[in-house]
Each structure stands twice: as structure tokens, then as C-alpha cells.
Design a protein around this ligand. Structure first.
Ligand code: GTP
Ligand code: MG
Ligand code: ZN
Length: 372
């Protein structure tokens, strides 16, 4: 049985790299797996059958017959078997945003608690030494490893490369910060598409799907995933009480706070508030903002569930509080819509795939673009 790693979705199927064959293979999914609702994502390890080579021994086709066990799965962006994550932000163009960086940290730490998260700050060619040391002071004082790089001027890229060896890494962050540019700097042979407009205020979502790339060779090899920039607006908020544990500099004091349910915002004698001198102010402000968002979300959910319980209505579409309330249907109608629902769920898992394989060489069909 041949094994492989999914590099990305590709027009109705997947592009899979097999280390043992040293070949990239275009692979549809066995119909049985589709029926069972087995979802396949970038980074998944799979078993292949029916391997056939095209004109060379490096390219061919096969069929995905099984998905192997996953070590983990990140769901925003969707990538399986992750060893480490780099949160990429730019210092200018788009402007540094500490709250955004901290929201990414909280999201990723909660999503993959066993995985190490690094911060990578790009476009340092546009920043002063003072701006760089201010950020270094904040994050290194609380033991985050921060890489300051310039993809444009090839600064700091070598140190980053050393950290990629032997691991599967994910580069994530907002659109326009230079994720694809950093990957190109790490390996110029990749020639990934980057936005041509240098004066970015916001990104343009140049990368539209997550794809794994191999970096280096032999015992220097590692895998890095380029991802599309995504908005944090659609993410699930944490429980308010979870947030402090995601700020290591707060967590040390939160653990000693005498109030069990303290959110460390106002209470007299709160251990965190008593030690504010040891917490970077910007980080505490991020903490306050993230807790406030989480509280709002919790409130909204409570109101929604009360409404749904009291009336003959149900919530359709969107996340809690954001969908539409519609009257409940009769049993007869409900039975039909449940079947439809199931079919729709299956389609969602499988990504509304077209049966037509390899629509074009890049797999750049519209359904893939909108989906990722
Ligand atoms: N000055 C400067 N510009 C950079 C640097 N790195 C990237 N850029 C520019 O920033 C813009 C966005 O870069 P991309 O690599 O496309 O950004 P991305 O994060 O992949 O964006 P999405 O694919 O949209 O998520 C491009 O115009 C790059 O030329 C850098 O180190 N310095
Ligand atoms: Mg990109
Ligand atoms: Zn407290």
C-alpha cells in the first residue's frame, strides 16, 4: 500500500505527494469514503491505490482509498497533522495590530494546545529599530519566540529556515502581511503568487487555498503550509473565563487569584490587578478586549437560546444569534428537510465537489476559490 501526504485540494480531488515514490499524484477520493463523509484536508496522510504514472516518474494519478489517523486538525485554516504554527503579521502595510496578533495567539493556542506557536513579524525593512525593539520587548518578555524578518530584503529568513527542518509548519495571518512572500524567500524556486501592489492597507486575498510545500532536502527537509489570509470575525469566541489562561503573563497570577470566578478586570484584591506592573499594558488591553468580545458572544447565545425555547420558532443559518428565526415546520415537513440537511452536510464536508476531475492545470476553479 502506497502512502502519501495531501498537499492541497485540486479540482474535484487532491494533489498528494508520496515520499516513497517521490511523485506528485492527482487523486480523486474513493466513492465509499465520500459516502461515509470522510473529509480530507491539506496535511492528511492517506493510503493510495491504482497508482499510474504520466509521462514521467514524478507525476501521475491514484485514488485515495483511506485516510490515516490524524495527529491533530486545525479547522481555521483547515490543516491536519500540524507540528508548529507561525502567526505572520507585518509591522507596516498593513499596520501592526497587537490585538489582532493576540487574538490569533488565543485562537491557535485553544485550537491546538499541544502545538507551539511562534510570532513572525515581516516587512521589517519598513520599520525603525525602535519600533522593532518595542515589539521584541513585549513578546520576548513573556517568552514568545519572535522572528523579525523582511521577505523583501532577505533578512531573518535563514533563522526561520532552521526552525522548519523535520516539522510540518503552518504560516497563518491576515491577507497582505507577506505569507507567500516569506515562503518565496525561504525557497525562491516556489515562485508563489504574491500581490503586486506594494502599498497595502488591507490584503487582497491573493492566496486562495492552503497548500503544503516541501522545503530543503534530505535531513534538512520540512513541510510548510501557505494559507489564505482569513478574518477572525467568524471564529468561535472562547468562554470569558478561558481567556486569562491563554495569556501566560496573566495566567501565573490568575492561578493565585483568591476569587474562583474572577475575570481579573475590577475586583479588589485580584492577584492579576495587584501585579499589573509585570504585565505589558498592550497585552492587558488585548486581554480586556478579548474578554469583552467573549462576554458579548455569551450574552447573545443566552438570549438566542431563551428565544428559541419560548417560541415556536427555530434558528436557521449562521452561528448562534446571527441566523434567522423561522416558524417550526410540521413533522411531515421536518422529515423531508432533515434528509436534505444530511445531504447538505455531506456536501459541505466534501466541499461541493465536481465529478469532473482536473478542470484545469492549476485547479483554480471557482468552487475551490469560494470555499477556502
Ligand atoms: N516592504 C515589504 N513588502 C513586502 C514584504 N513581504 C511582502 N511584501 C509585499 O506585501 C504584499 C503582500 O504579500 P503576499 O505575500 O501576497 O501576502 P500574503 O500574506 O500571502 O497575502 P494573502 O495571500 O492575500 O493572504 C506584496 O505586495 C509583497 O510584495 C517585505 O518584507 N517588505
Ligand atoms: Mg498569499
Ligand atoms: Zn482575579
Amino acid at each position: 500500500m502506497v502512502r502519501g501526504t495531501v498537499l492541497r485540494r485540486h479540482a474535484g480531488g487532491y494533489l498528494v505527494y508520496s515520499d516513497e515514490l517521490k511523485a506528485s499524484l492527482q487523486c480523486p477520493l474513493r466513492a465509499r469514503l465520500k459516502k461515509e463523509g470522510i473529509a480530507i484536508f491539506t496535511g492528511d496522510h492517506v493510503e493510495l491505490e491504482e497508482v499510474e504514472f504520466n509521462d514521467s516518474s514524478e507525476r501521475g494519478t491514484a485514488v485515495i482509498a483511506a485516510r490515516l489517523d490524524r495527529r491533530n486538525l486545525l479547522t481555521q485554516p483547515h490543516i491536519a497533522n500540524v507540528d508548529q504554527v507561525f502567526i505572520l503579521q507585518s509591522i507596516h502595510q498593513p499596520e501592526w495590530n497587537g490585538l489582532l496578533c493576540d487574538r490569533y495567539l488565543v485562537h491557535l493556542q485553544l485550537a491546538l494546545p499541544e502545538v507551539r506557536t511562534f510570532i513572525c513579524i515581516n516587512k521589517c525593512d519598513l520599520a525603525t529599530d525602535e519600533e522593532i525593539s518595542a515589539l521584541r520587548n513585549i513578546y520576548e518578555s513573556i517568552d514568545y519566540r519572535v522572528f523579525f524578518v523582511s521577505a523583501k530584503q532577505d533578512v531573518g529568513i535563514e533563522q526561520l529556515r532552521d526552525f522548519l527542518i523535520g516539522r510540518t509548519s503552518v504560516l497563518t495571518g491576515p491577507s497582505g502581511v507577506g505569507k507567500s512572500s516569506v515562503l518565496n524567500a525561504l525557497n525562491p524556486a516556489l515562485s508563489l503568487k504574491v500581490d503586486v501592489n506594494e502599498e497595502l492597507l488591507v490584503g487582497r486575498h491573493t492566496t486562495t487555498y492552503s497548500e503544503l510545500y516541501k522545503m530543503g532536502f534530505g535531513d534538512k527537509a520540512g513541510w510548510v503550509c501557505d494559507t489564505p489570509g482569513f478574518s477572525l470575525g467568524e471564529l468561535k469566541h472562547p468562554e470569558p473565563a478561558q481567556v486569562a489562561w491563554q495569556f501566560p503573563e496573566l495566567a501565573v497570577f490568575a492561578g493565585e487569584c483568591k476569587y474562583g470566578d474572577c475575570l481579573h478586570l475590577v475586583e479588589n484584591d485580584c492577584k492579576v490587578l495587584a501585579n499589573m506592573g509585570q504585565i505589558p499594558q498592550e497585552r492587558y488591553e488585548s486581554y480586556q478586549a478579548i474578554v469583552a468580545e467573549a462576554q458579548q458572544e455569551a450574552q447573545l447565545q443566552k438570549q438566542t437560546s431563551q428565544k428559541v425555547e419560548t417560541g415556536s420558532v427555530k434558528l436557521v443559518g449562521g452561528r448562534a444569534g446571527k441566523g434567522t428565526l423561522v416558524p417550526r415546520l410540521t413533522n411531515r415537513h421536518r422529515a423531508v428537510s432533515r434528509r436534505k440537511d444530511k445531504q447538505q452536510q455531506l456536501n459541505e464536508v466534501e466541499g461541493e465537489e465536481s465529478d469532473e476531475l482536473w478542470l484545469n492545470e492549476d485547479g483554480d476553479d471557482a468552487s475551490i476559490k469560494t470555499e477556502l
